[in-house]
Design a protein around this ligand. Sequence first.
Ligand code: APR
Length: 233
Amino acid sequence: MAKVIIFSGAGISAESGISTFRDSGGLWDNYKIEEICSAGCLEWNYDETINFYDKRRLDIKNKEPNKAHKAIKKLSEQYPNELKIITQNVDDMFERAGCRDVLHLHGFLREVRCESCGFVDDIGYKKLHDVYHACPRCSYNLRPNIVFFGEAAPKYADMYKELEDCEMLVVIGTSGNVINTDMFVRSGIQYAILNNLEPSPAIDESIYTKVLYKKATKAVDEIVKDVEEFLVH
Ligand code: APR
């Protein structure tokens, strides 16, 4: 398990042009969570839910990883056994920067999944129904491989396992409304960095060793330096 965890949210991809959720103009200003991203939506609002994720898949097609994704990729190559990337993001910016083994807590936009037999496929940036009308294995309806509000998030168990040995936590671009990293910091992390654009009411900045309120691309050089120094000592 990793000594250093890079834990990110929507803010790290903001400078790649991908909307965050709760900043002004963010996705949840324009869509209703309960209509397209909540447990049960696929039963009563299947088409709109599928369309929403088709649009989001298409939206990331021409986006590029930014300096923060790339710098973290380089760091993860330098320290393959000491560093783990965990993200709440469903986009593929880390993968397109060349990262492997990213733990996506809330699913992966490019993937579709069958709830009945567990079939999963990476359909890239295509519309679900341009690729499949039903599960090729069992004919059940396919869905985006995304964790909706109110659904179980099986990857959280992997996150807690990773946290067992974590000594340094770097939090980048998350408001803390869905996963609050304060609880991780309080559970005995030696060195914690918080990088957001601004304070979030959900996060207690006073418990972090270092707080950087600036764009991730502006903060990342200092973050990389701190991680390197931490791992050398
Ligand atoms: N650099 C660093 N931080 C940024 C940047 C940037 N360029 N732009 C925005 N931020 C910060 C904001 O200050 C804010 O704290 O990113 C955070 C974005 O918060 P949210 O929109 O709430 O995103 P996130 O915390 O990732 O949302 C968590 O909510 O809707 C669900 O499943 C979805 O995974 C998502 C989860």
